[in-house]
Design a protein around this ligand. Sequence first.
Ligand SMILES: [Zn+2]
Length: 151
Amino acid sequence: MCGFRFSARRSMKLCKTKRCRNPKPHWRRFCRKCQWRQLKERDPLRYSFYHLKNRAKQRGHEFSLTFDQYKDFALKSGYFERKGKTAESLSINRIDNSRGYHADNIEAVTLSYNSRLKYAPIPQWLKDEILGKSKAASAAAMERGAVVGGC
Ligand SMILES: [Zn+2]
């Protein structure tokens, strides 16, 4: 019984990290999650570069930055030291919003500045309308079982 379980686990090719039971690709020693965690600990700058690259890809932005360009930017602008979640943390802003992440199109701005940028072009009346609609939508969602519609 025990031997059977052991061989089954071996053939499933599990991640080599202790206590991690995620399957892994056969050509790697660790699962994707553990690899990311290891990279984060070993080389935080490179980790944040790949993180940004992945996010850009997910959102459909172009991405032509090389690691060296990113490193240069992150260290010179202070982004690497000050990135985070507070209002005064730095985040990467694309100067021309229609373009992607290129060496000449990024700047480090505080999060509060970045969110102002995002919301500034929306007029107040439109905001109210959006907020009103989302409230109505969530109210409708709460009344599950009631007939949906009539808007
Ligand atoms: Zn793992």
